[in-house]
Design a protein around this ligand. Structure first.
Ligand code: NAI
Length: 260
C-alpha cells in the first residue's frame, strides 16, 4: 500500500524545499518537483539568482517562491524555512542539494577552506533538515533527499569534499533510522559527472576545454556519456514520491555505471 501524503488544509499542493536551486542540478530538481505537482521553495544564496528557476516553474503553470539563504548560516536557515512554511505551506519534501567543491591539494588546503566546505556541504544539510523536520513530524509524512557524490568513495583532488559527501551518507542513514517512525524517509543520491557550473569550473581550474573534459569523463563511464541535471532530477522525483515509502536509508548512485 502506498501511503498518501497529506495535503494542506484546503486543496493546496504539498510544499518542497530545494537548496542550491538557482542553477544546475538543484534547478532541474525544482522544475521536476513542480511538474510533480508540488509548490517549490527555490532556495539559494541570492534571491535574484533564483528568478530563472521560479520563472520556468510559473511559466509552466507551477508554484514557486525564491528564498535567499546561506545554508551554513543557522539564523538565515531558520528565517528561510519559516518564510517557506508561511508563504507556501509546511514543507514535507526536502532536497538538500546546495554544495561547493573547490580543489586544493591536502598540503595546500587552508583550515578555512576545510571549514567552509564542511560548513556548506555537511553542516548546511544538518541545519536545513533540523529546521524542516518538525513540519514533517507534524504531518506524519516526509521525504528527505540529500545530494552526496561518488566522491564519498574517495576524491583524489578534494579531501574536504570527499569527507563531507561521505558524512552525508552517515547523516542520511541516521535520519532514516531516527525519523522513519514518523513516516519520513531519507535517502542520498550520489551523482557521477553531471554537466553544471560546478564541473565547468573544475574544467577551467584544470585548464581544460569543457567539451574535452566531458569527453574524457564519458570515456570511463559505462553508458558512454556524462550525466545531465535531469538524470538526477528524475531520481529525486521518484525518491520524493508517495511510491518510495519503503525505500529509506539508501544511497542511489546515479553515475552511468557501478561505483565501488
Ligand atoms: P552548481 O555549482 O552548479 O550549483 C550549486 C548551487 O548551490 C549554486 O546555485 C550555488 O549558489 C548554491 N550554493 C552554494 N553554496 C550555498 C550556500 N551556502 N547556501 C545556499 N546555496 C548555496 O552545482 P551542481 O553541479 O548543480 O551540484 C549540486 C549538488 O550536487 C552539489 O551538492 C554537488 O556537490 C553535487 N554533485 C554534483 C556533481 C556534478 O558533477 N555536478 C557530482 C556529484 C555531486
Amino acid at each position: 500500500m502506498t501511503q498518501t501524503p497529506p495535503t494542506g488544509s484546503s486543496a493546496s499542493p504539498r510544499t518542497a524545499l530545494v537548496t542550491g536551486a538557482a542553477r544546475g542540478i538543484g534547478a532541474a530538481v525544482a522544475r521536476q518537483l513542480a511538474r510533480d505537482g508540488l509548490a517549490v521553495a527555490v532556495v539559494d544564496l541570492d534571491e535574484a539568482d533564483c528568478a530563472g528557476t521560479v520563472e520556468a516553474i510559473t511559466a509552466a503553470g507551477g508554484t514557486a517562491l525564491a528564498v535567499a539563504a546561506d545554508i551554513a548560516d543557522e539564523a538565515a536557515v531558520g528565517a528561510a524555512v519559516a518564510r517557506v512554511a508561511a508563504e507556501l505551506g509546511p514543507p514535507t519534501v526536502l532536497v538538500n542539494n546546495a554544495g561547493i567543491g573547490p580543489r586544493a591539494e591536502l598540503v595546500d588546503m587552508t583550515t578555512e577552506q576545510w571549514d567552509t566546505v564542511l560548513g556548506v556541504n555537511l553542516r548546511g544539510p544538518f541545519l536545513v533538515t533540523r529546521a524542516v523536520a518538525p513540519y514533517m513530524i507534524d504531518a506524519g509524512w516526509g521525504r528527505i533527499v540529500t545530494m552526496s557524490s561518488i566522491s564519498a568513495t574517495g576524491d583524489a583532488a578534494r579531501v574536504d569534499y570527499g569527507s563531507a559527501k561521505a558524512g552525508l551518507i552517515g547523516f542520511t542513514k541516521s535520519l532514516a533510522l531516527q525519523l522513519g517512525r514518523h513516516g519520513i524517509t531519507a535517502n542520498a543520491i550520489a551523482p557521477g559527472f553531471v554537466v553544471s557550473d560546478m564541473t565547468r569550473l573544475s574544467a577551467r581550474r584544470l585548464g581544460l576545454d569543457f567539451d574535452d573534459f566531458q569527453r574524457q569523463a564519458a570515456a570511463s563511464i559505462a553508458v558512454g556519456r556524462v550525466g545531465q541535471p535531469e538524470d538526477i532530477a528524475h531520481t529525486a522525483s521518484y525518491l520524493t514520491s508517495p511510491h518510495a515509502g519503503f525505500v529509506s536509508g539508501q544511497v542511489i548512485y546515479v553515475a552511468g555505471g557501478p561505483v565501488d
